[in-house]
Design a protein around this ligand. Structure first.
Ligand code: KPL
Length: 299
């Protein structure tokens, strides 16, 4: 399969490097990472040991491929839509945090699949990514149900060695992943701890409250996600990625803008529509936005 990975950050590079074992992969990213990948390929260390040589470019416009995988930060989705809309793809798969698949579908002619990925990944140097936890990719039709394109993509992922499940209930799974990110990302970023620190104690309590509030809003949106399921999923991911520094902690460490809007902002907004109160989300969002303002990465 011909695959374009749009967004060569930590997860995009990890997924692209593994897929390049058996497919023609092009990573779209920034320099110096891209130049390094062109010269020496991608080295994945840690929980996975992979060295492959995907193609790499900084120009995402006018590309054609069987599949485009979108792994950019949620706030870069509009730019991804602009670039991808100048290309041609049989399918586009979102592996982003938040609920971005609707935004992709609204701006692109290609069919959009929804996905979640719980692999832990960290860019340690240009061309080098550390896999800090072997998770799983789950993908499928963005509105639920079956889709032969999702089956083909799932097979391509499995052929390359990525643990992948094709699911018919992606709306629920996307909300479940949102509950996991709502629980883990802000708390680990603000407390500057690895995911495993949320296995017990006050951080764990806070994370579980955020997950529970997310499940409540999901149900108001017509998605059947129980509190118990959201909390169990949070506990599973904390356990499976205990050594991982969450993507938001990596952003805070690097002084970058975070995905606060896509993880907490969206839940607060949907909660307002249903007249629900989500105090944990509000508090975490306010703290993160205060940090972003203080760093000058938010106006
Ligand atoms: O998606 C993640 C993230 O860090 O954004 C998890 C699964 C929480 C892994 O850290």
């Amino acid at each position: 399969m011909d695959i374009l990975v749009f967004g060569a950050g930590s997860l995009g590079t990890l997924v692209g490097a593994v897929l390049a074992r058996t497919h023609d992969v092009t990573l779209v990213g920034r320099d110096p990472h891209v130049s390094n990948v062109r010269e020496s390929g991608v080295r994945v260390s840690g929980a996975l040991d992979v060295h492959t040589t995907p193609a790499a470019t900084t120009a995402g416009e006018g590309r054609a491929a069987d599949l485009a995988i979108v792994t950019v930060k949620s706030f870069d989705t509009p730019a991804a839509v602009d670039a991808l809309s100048t290309g041609a793809f049989d399918a586009v798969l979102s592996l982003q945090n938040g609920l971005t698949e609707g935004e992709l579908a609204a701006g692109l002619d290609a069919p959009v699949l929804a996905g979640t990925a719980t692999y832990g990944a960290r860019l340690t140097a240009p061309g080098h990514v550390e896999c800090t936890g072997v998770g799983r990719v789950v993908l499928g039709a963005r509105r639920g149900g079956t889709d032969p394109r999702a089956e083909r993509v799932g097979k391509a992922f499995r052929d390359a060695g990525l643990d992948t499940l094709v699911a018919a209930d992606m709306p629920r799974r996307r909300w479940e992943k949102l509950a996991v990110n709502a629980g883990i990302n802000a708390v680990t970023a603000l407390a500057r701890v690895e995911n495993g620190a949320l296995a017990e104690g006050p951080g764990s309590e806070l994370a579980h409250r955020a997950a529970r509030e997310t499940a409540r809003v999901a149900r108001a949106e017509g998605v059947s996600l129980t509190n118990r399921r959201a909390r169990a999923s949070l506990a599973e991911v904390v356990d499976a990625t205990s050594a991982n520094r969450s993507s938001m902690l990596q952003d805070v460490d690097a002084g970058r803008r975070t995905e606060v809007d896509a993880i907490h902002g969206v839940v607060v907004e949907r909660a307002e529509r249903h007249r629900l109160d989500v105090p944990t989300h509000r508090t975490l969002a306010a703290l993160l936005r205060t940090w972003e303002r203080g760093r000058g990465v938010r106006s």
